[in-house]
Write a protein that binds this ligand. Structure first.
Ligand code: MGD
Ligand code: MGD
Ligand code: SF4
Ligand code: MO
Length: 729
């Protein structure tokens, strides 16, 4: 469906105000010479459209898109959003390159043999026909739709994209890859302690007097937060970074504490011990707001010593003492708990120990304080797009769940009934998930794999049918963040390119075909204006939260929530006791410890003596952006960062090719000698480079993190507890 062009004429037109070749993104002009857009561009008519970046990024930027005669010429941060502050990151500025990339998937296509690369263009009606017939055939053979599996995650967090889940529900009960590879251990930890996740407005960070950035790298992963961190610093706040890697964030801090991976709980408990021994505890806050602190304190007094904490963490005793003293005396003090640090077998338990420090010092519910992890407070839309009922005559009662972090094994194991068809949207398991080798084996079992995506990535290459999806600039959207408190509408700026459709249009198209072939077989609406779908998402509470009287006010620009900006200010926690719970019976009922006690980290296996960490890369969002020409110009091949001492042990010189391997698999790449990482800890940033056969996850097993099941249905995954051996290639 095309958007309504009359709607566009109501928008602001700035005639000829933009000189051709205006500064774009990284300072380079988008060269459209010779393109089909050139003629249109010559007319010089332009307009500004409100867009939003829907990637899985803390920042969820509000964007102003400049369109000249139907061509997206420029994207910039919207100044009306005080968090975005008129800027985008390098990835955001490169959007003009992804929209018009010649590598985009342009039409529905069918591949004769998975991985064979022989794709044939097919029409949308044919694509829907093939898929719908397969769905109906599966239903006929098995008596239900459980053999159809959905693997969807975070390629696009536009709230309308929950239509993919709705599309699945509308055909019956299906198998769902459940949980998240991202942040679940930390969510569970905070659910046990607080009742849910609820960080203070990040714009409030400027009020902190002391800030510990603990296992987060906002200089790359939340660039707009760095302005706030630096503003706090200017106002006298001390910035401390705790990370195994000297990150760019660490380089901007006052103090960098290099910790052994997966030992953060030991550091937090060492700090707790110092606070207890030196009477630096806010007993007033605890008495009024907390449960179980006496038991926790008894554990810390009896079991924890600073010498032990120093030994475990590799952080000297004096440093632990100084950190404890400074954190407890500077008020208010905040801790930003990153997602990177909870991707360990004890990650959730470590987060609980860090939360405990914020509670012990009374830094919860206060401006400038907090144990800042994430928030879902602003996500209270109706989820109309996913509220579909199963068709009449459905014989099953619920969806079947498989763990998204162990999907290879669980697809192989599913027998009753087996999985026969896979729908992949907003997800690239063959670049982002563990055990890609086994995933391919699991995919061999399937009759039909459909991917909906923008680019021909390794996952798409292993599918039978690919459906081209729109970029945010070609469709409607509604976006909120899991970090800041803004809400933004995304209005279409340009026509869908080639034959791309949004996931919502795909759901409607598939439903139409299913109902043609077998009336009543799909409950998803078969048509509807995308704008109306947006309108249907708003609830009175949501409007109130953002101070809106009508959703259409968002067409004038983004809005910030007017309530709930400081987490837990009213002291009413969402735990069973209504208090902050040092002692959590809920944790026990989920098979965890009652208290934030120390849980041993994974030990380095003898056979694989090097830890391989794979954190997030500055020029990509997981498997996106790094494939674009601008990014490839800056960074074109994978490297492993290695401490010179480690390199010397293996006689590796800077630039040598090395092979990293374990039982799971191997990767071969160039060594980069650097002291930013510790000896024995290798760093390979996760990314998808389009012209390289490289995937760091080739070495990664599906090792679960300790927590995540309670809040998200499956445990997280211990990405950073991955150990390898090294050989010169
Ligand atoms: N080694 C290692 N692996 C990791 C991590 C790590 O730290 N180390 N991090 C993990 C984390 S935190 C996460 S969140 C996951 C992310 O894993 P994914 O969510 O799978 O990753 P993305 O690459 O962001 O997006 C997946 C795909 O969605 C597509 N896409 C974009 N927009 C749309 C759209 O509108 N519709 C459809 N249908 N598709 C769209 C993109 O082109 C991309 O191919 O990766 C995990 N993998
Ligand atoms: N540029 C860019 N931005 C992104 C993304 C991206 O891929 N690229 N991805 C988005 C997504 S999906 C996510 S989840 C977030 C991730 O945002 P972050 O959590 O900030 O990023 P990560 O790189 O996953 O991890 C942050 C840091 O955790 C450290 N770390 C790992 N293990 C430990 C440990 O045991 N202890 C401590 N103290 N630190 C540890 C890593 O060294 C790393 O520096 O960023 C989002 N924004
Ligand atoms: S990737 Fe993140 S920082 Fe960059 S434009 Fe998108 S939301 Fe903003
Ligand atoms: Mo993530």
């Amino acid at each position: 469906m095309k958007f309504d062009t009359k709607e566009f004429s109501r928008r602001t037109f700035i005639k000829g105000s933009l000189a051709a070749g205006a500064a774009l993104g990284l300072g380079t002009a988008l060269d459209l010479s010779g393109s089909p857009f050139q003629a249109a561009q010559a007319k010089g008519e332009s307009k500004i459209v409100h867009s939003a970046c829907p990637r899985n990024c803390y920042d969820t930027c509000s964007i102003l898109s400049t369109v000249e005669d139907g061509v997206l010429k420029r994207v910039e941060g919207d100044k009306a959003n005080t968090y975005t502050r008129g800027r985008l990151c390098a990835k955001g500025f490169s959007y003009t390159r992804s929209v018009y990339s010649p590598d985009r998937i342009k039409y529905p296509m069918r591949q004769s043999k998975r991985g064979g690369g022989r794709w044939e263009r097919i029409s949308w009606p044919d694509a829907f026909d093939i898929i719908a017939k397969k769905i109906l055939a599966i239903k006929k053979e098995y008596g239900n739709t459980l053999p159809i599996c959905l693997d969807k995650y975070s390629g696009n967090f536009n709230l309308l994209n929950y239509c993919v889940e709705g599309m699945m529900s509308s055909i019956g009960h299906t198998t769902r890859a459940t949980g998240t590879p991202c942040w679940p251990a930390g969510i569970d930890a905070q659910t046990f302690d607080f009742g849910t996740i609820w960080n203070n407005d990040p714009e409030d960070m400027v009020n902190s007097k002391y800030m510990i950035i603990w296992g987060a790298n906002p200089s790359w992963c939340s660039v707009h937060s760095m302005h706030l961190v630096m503003e706090a610093k200017k106002r006298g706040c001390k910035i401390v970074v705790i990370d195994p890697i000297l990150t760019q964030t660490a380089s901007k801090a006052d103090w960098f504490i290099q910790i052994k991976p997966s030992t953060d709980g030991a550091l937090a408990l060492g700090i707790a011990k110092y606070l207890l021994d030196n009477n630096m505890v806010d007993y007033g806050w605890l008495a009024a707001n907390a449960k179980g602190y006496e038991e926790f304190f008894q554990y810390v007094r009896e079991k924890i010593t600073l010498e032990w904490a120093a030994e475990k963490t590799g952080v000297k005793k004096e440093i632990i003492e100084q950190l404890a003293r400074e954190y407890a005396t500077a008020k208010p003090a905040s801790i930003w708990i990153g997602y990177g640090m909870q991707r360990h077998t004890n990650g959730g338990q470590n987060v609980r120990s860090i939360d405990a420090l914020a509670a012990m010092t009374g830094n919860i519910g206060k401006s400038g304080g907090g144990a800042q992890y994430a928030q879902l407070q602003t996500w209270g839309v109706k989820y109309n797009v996913m509220g579909m009922k199963a068709p009449a005559g459905t014989t099953t009662t619920k969806d079947r769940i498989i763990n998204i972090n162990n999907s290879a094994q669980e697809i192989l194991d599913a027998n009753d009934p087996p999985i026969k068809m896979l729908w992949i949207a907003c997800r690239s398991p063959l670049t982002q998930a563990a055990e890609p080798q086994k995933l391919k084996e699991a995919y061999d079992k399937l009759d039909l794999i459909v991917t909906a995506d923008l680019f021909m990535n390794p996952t798409v290459r292993m599918s039978d049918i690919v459906l081209p999806v729109t970029t945010p600039f070609e469709t409607w959207g509604l976006n909120v963040s899991y970090w800041h408190y803004w809400c933004a509408l995304n209005e279409p700026a340009i026509e869908p390119q080639y034959e791309a459709k949004s996931d919502l249009e795909i759901a409607m198209g598939l439903s139409k075909k299913l109902n043609e072939l077998e009336p009543g077989s799909c409950t998803f609406p078969t048509e509807g204006k995308l704008e109306d779908w947006v309108a249907a998402e708003f609830t009175p509470d949501f409007l109130k939260q953002f101070g809106l009287t009508s959703w259409e006010e968002l067409k004038k620009g983004p809005r910030k929530a007017v309530t709930g900006l400081i987490g837990w200010q009213d002291g009413k926690f969402k735990t069973p006791s209504g208090k902050y719970e040092f002692a959590s019976e809920t944790a026990v009922s989920e098979g965890h410890e009652l208290l934030p006690v120390w849980t041993e980290e994974m030990k380095t296996p003898e056979k694989y003596p090097l830890r391989l960490m794979s954190p997030h890369w500055k020029l990509s969002i997981n498997g996106q952006f790094q494939n674009l020409d601008w990014m490839m110009d800056i960074h074109s091949e994978p490297v492993v960062e290695m401490h010179p001492e480690t390199a010397a042990r293996y006689h590796v010189q800077n630039g040598d090719m090395v092979k990293l391997y374990n039982e799971q698999g191997a990767i071969t790449l160039k060594a980069k000698l650097t002291k930013v990482t510790a000896p024995d800890t290798l760093v390979v940033y996760e990314m998808w480079l389009n012209d390289k056969d490289f995937n760091v996850n080739n070495t990664l097993k599906s090792l679960p993190a300790d927590m995540g099941k309670k809040a998200t249905g499956a445990p997280g995954i211990a990405f950073h507890d991955n150990f390898v051996a090294l050989a010169k290639a």
